[in-house]
Design a protein around this ligand. Structure first.
Ligand code: PMP
Length: 333
């Protein structure tokens, strides 16, 4: 019997690398996407969910019947809820109300207690991350088995999870021949953990942040100043601040990617390569192409395929929505 997993937890990680044909051809590099959408909850954030729950268990903050509370763009919530269901934990999720209906529906349908809040900057007490932290405190007295705020942005167990799993997987899968790694940052867990591992293995591996327009991190990396310009329809990535997980990242440079650059890449991948990927993947792949042009040809570059397009149908394939924003549309819709 080959490749049999005992449970949800064991089926997280060990995702394949998929060669991205057009991106590789444009740059003369081998550009690979790590197919994180194949995780059981459907995104890279299953890894963070596992790392954060393991951390809470190791610290004896939670036992069966306990509750996990988290502020999330959706994917971490889905991972925490499904993993929580499999381990006997309840999940309460705080999310901005401007995230796609698909993610809200998924969270409700898998049994999360979903609390929607209006989007507020991090400096505001009503910011979803701060609401989640306070809610966890308030709920502590209501549950004898432990109520834990997962705190994916500033609990570095998140980056540690990627340092221990995703980083080594990329190193092994490329047989140590990886020349560049590029991805966007939401919490910074992915880029924090992977960059730390790869730089430890080979300090010459180039690590680049691919930052969506509207995020302040591009300017922070390039000019040392947290400053944002423009905006993006992507979800789950970009930041106005340096989180504890992002602070761990070993970064050589950054690219700022707008939706005009990333969306056509996603539509072409569907049409030409059969890969139907979520909005943050467009930013990641655009970044991989930019890095390929910078350090290539002949280099091996890896990026992350975070989730699939099905969570963004109401944005990515909504002609009216896209046209109102002056954005490219898929030719077949
Ligand atoms: N892409 C998607 C779709 C996400 O949900 C997230 C997490 N919010 C990211 C990318 C960014 O990953 P990280 O939080 O590890 O920086």
């Amino acid at each position: 019997m080959v490749n049999i997993k005992d449970n949800f937890l064991q089926s997280i990680g060990n995702t394949p690398l998929i060669k991205l044909k057009a991106a590789s051809e444009i740059t003369g590099c081998n550009i690979y996407g790590k197919a994180e959408y194949l995780n059981p909850g459907g995104s890279v954030k299953d890894r963070a969910a596992l790392a954060l729950i393991k951390d809470a268990e190791e610290k004896k903050l939670i036992s069966k019947g306990g509750m996990i509370v988290e502020g999330t763009a959706g994917n971490t919530g889905i991972g925490l809820c499904l993993l929580g269901n499999s381990l006997g934990y309840k999940t309460t999720i705080v999310m901005n109300d401007n995230q796609t209906q698909e993610k809200k529906d998924t969270l409700i349908n898998i049994g999360a207690d979903l609390r929607l809040v209006p989007p507020k900057p991090y400096s505001d007490d009503g910011n979803y991350v701060k609401v989640a932290g306070r809610l966890a405190e308030e709920l502590k007295n209501s549950n004898n088995y432990g109520v834990v705020w997962a705190n994916q942005f500033d609990n570095t167990a998140n980056a540690k999870g990627h340092y221990e799993t995703t980083g080594p997987e990329i190193w092994d899968q490329t047989e140590g021949k990886v020349d560049g790694f590029v991805c966007a940052s939401g919490t910074g867990g992915t880029i924090g953990g992977i960059s730390s591992f790869l730089k430890e293995k080979n300090k010459d591996v180039k690590i680049y942040l691919s930052d969506p327009a509207g995020s302040a991190l591009y300017n922070f990396i390039e000019n040392g100043e947290l400053k944002s310009e423009g905006g993006s329809i992507t979800e789950g990535i970009g930041s106005s601040r340096v989180t504890a997980n992002f602070a761990e990242a070993k970064i050589d440079g950054a690219f700022s990617i707008d939706d005009h650059e990333s969306l056509p890449l996603l539509y072409n991948l569907i049409k030409e390569e059969g890969l139907s990927l979520g909005t943050s993947c467009g930013v990641n792949i655009a970044g991989a192409i930019r890095l390929g042009k910078l350090i290539g040809p002949g280099k091996t570059i890896v990026t992350i395929l975070c989730d699939k397009s099905d969570k963004y149908n109401s944005k990515m394939f909504n002609k009216k929505f896209l046209q109102e924003k002056g954005l490219p549309t898929p030719s077949w819709i």
